[in-house]
Write a protein that binds this ligand. Structure first.
Ligand code: SAM
Length: 349
C-alpha cells in the first residue's frame, strides 16, 4: 500500500499535493486506493446499501449549463412536467415497492412555485418517507419553506470548485451563490449532499483535488461524484469526458477523507460500464438511487446519453439492483439510512 493511502486510511486527511499524486496514480496504486476506500466504507458505514427511489419530475429548466442535455436551449429535448398529484402518486408507488426515501429531482422549472413544492412535500411526508430534494438554487426562504413542509435532505452539486471553469460552463450562474445555497441548507438543518463532475473540458487534476477538500471543508453529508458524459445536443458534444477511472479514484478519495458520509454509486458510472454502479459500490459507495420515474418520462430526462434502465419498470429496477447487491455480499439498508442514523448507530430504524 502506498504511504499516502495508509495515511488517508489512518488519519482521513491528505494534503492537496498528496491528493494530486493519488489522482494521477498508476493502475496498481489506483487498485489499492479503491480497495482501501472499500475497507473504510465497510468500517464506517457498514455493508448496507441504502436505496433511494428517484423521481425525475420535470426536465424543463431555465438554465443553460453547457454540459447538460436538458439545458434551456436544447430544442431537441422533448419536454415534460409531471403534475403535483402525479408526483405524489409515484411516491406512493415507491413506498409500496419498499422504498423508505424518495429523491425528487428536476430542472429549475418555475412552474414549481414554493406553494406547489410544499403541497407535494407535505403530502409525501404523510407517507412517512424521508424526502430528498434536488431542484437547484433557491433562496433561504424557499429552502426554509420546503424544510418546514417536511423535506429532510437536499442535493446540490457544486459541479467544480474551479470558479472560472464553473462560470464558463454555467452561463448566467454564480459559483458563490451555489456555495451560499449549500451553506443555507446546512444552517436550516438539512442533510446536505453536494458533488462534482469529473472529466469536464479543461478541468485540472489540481481542481479535482480542491473539489475533495471542498467537500471536507463544507462538512457535507453526501457526495455524488460522476463522470461528465458529453451529450450530442449540447455545446460540449465533441468534448472527451467519460473519465470512468478518474471518477472512481475521486470517489474513493472522498470516502477516505470523509469516511462516514453517504456516497451514491451514480447512474453516470453505469452509463459508461454495464457494471459501473457495482464497481462504485466496491470502491467506497454505499447508496443507489433506482429510478422510479414512470417509463413514459424516463427516457426524456436525458442529462447525458447511455442512461440505463429507461425501459424498466420501477419494480424491476429495484429487484435487479437488489440481486446485484446481494451477489457482492452486501445487504439492502432497512431504514432511512441517513448520516445521523449511522452516527447514533441505529441505521436499521
Ligand atoms: N437542477 C438541479 C441542480 O442544478 O442541481 C438538479 C438537476 S441537474 C440536471 C443534476 C446533475 O446532473 C447536475 O448537478 C450535474 O452534475 C449532472 N449532469 C448534467 N449533465 C451531465 C452530463 N452531461 N454528464 C454527467 N452529469 C451531468
Amino acid at each position: 500500500m502506498h504511504e499516502f493511502i495508509d495515511k488517508a486510511v489512518e488519519t482521513h486527511n491528505l494534503t492537496k499535493d498528496e491528493l494530486v499524486f493519488l489522482l494521477n496514480s498508476n493502475k496498481q496504486i489506483a487498485k489499492d486506493l479503491l480497495k482501501a476506500a472499500d475497507e473504510v466504507r465497510k468500517r464506517f458505514v457498514g455493508d448496507e446499501v441504502h436505496l433511494r427511489g428517484l423521481i425525475e419530475f420535470s426536465n424543463i429548466c431555465k438554465n443553460n449549463c453547457l454540459y447538460c442535455g436538458i439545458r434551456k436551449d436544447n430544442r431537441n429535448a422533448t419536454r415534460y412536467r409531471m403534475q403535483p398529484d402525479e408526483i405524489i402518486f409515484l411516491a406512493e408507488q415507491a413506498k409500496k415497492y419498499g422504498f423508505k426515501t424518495i429523491v425528487m429531482q428536476s430542472g429549475e422549472d418555475l412552474f414549481f412555485t414554493t406553494e406547489r413544492m410544499c403541497y407535494i412535500i407535505s403530502n409525501i411526508k404523510k407517507l412517512d418517507m424521508a424526502i430528498t430534494l434536488s431542484i437547484g438554487e433557491k433562496s433561504f426562504e424557499e429552502y426554509q419553506a420546503y424544510k418546514e413542509a417536511g423535506a429532510d435532505r437536499y442535493l446540490l452539486r457544486i459541479e467544480t470548485t474551479d470558479k472560472e471553469l464553473y462560470h464558463r460552463l454555467d452561463p448566467g450562474m454564480s459559483w458563490e451563490n451555489r456555495k451560499r445555497c449549500l451553506e443555507d441548507l446546512a444552517v436550516l438543518g438539512y442533510e446536505v449532499g453536494s458533488g462534482s463532475m469529473v472529466g469536464l473540458p479543461n478541468q485540472t487534476i489540481s481542481s479535482i483535488a480542491d473539489d475533495i477538500l471542498f467537500f471536507k471543508e463544507m462538512n457535507i453529508d453526501m457526495a455524488g461524484i460522476g463522470p461528465f458524459i458529453p451529450h450530442k445536443d449540447t455545446p460540449l458534444a465533441n468534448a472527451t469526458g467519460r473519465a470512468f477511472a478518474l471518477s472512481l479514484k475521486t470517489m474513493a478519495l472522498t470516502r477516505l477523507l470523509l469516511p462516514d458520509i453517504n456516497i451514491p454509486a451514480t447512474t453516470a458510472m453505469e452509463a459508461l460500464d454495464p457494471n459501473g454502479r457495482i464497481i462504485a459500490l466496491q470502491s467506497g459507495a454505499n447508496v443507489i438511487m433506482p429510478n422510479v420515474t414512470g417509463c413514459e418520462y424516463k427516457k426524456f430526462y436525458e442529462l447525458y446519453p447511455g442512461k440505463t434502465d429507461i425501459n424498466d419498470t420501477p419494480l424491476h429496477c429495484k429487484t435487479d439492483i437488489g440481486i446485484k447487491i446481494n451477489a457482492i455480499g452486501r445487504t439492502i439498508g432497512k431504514g432511512y439510512g441517513n448520516r445521523g442514523d449511522f452516527l447514533k448507530n441505529v441505521s436499521n430504524l
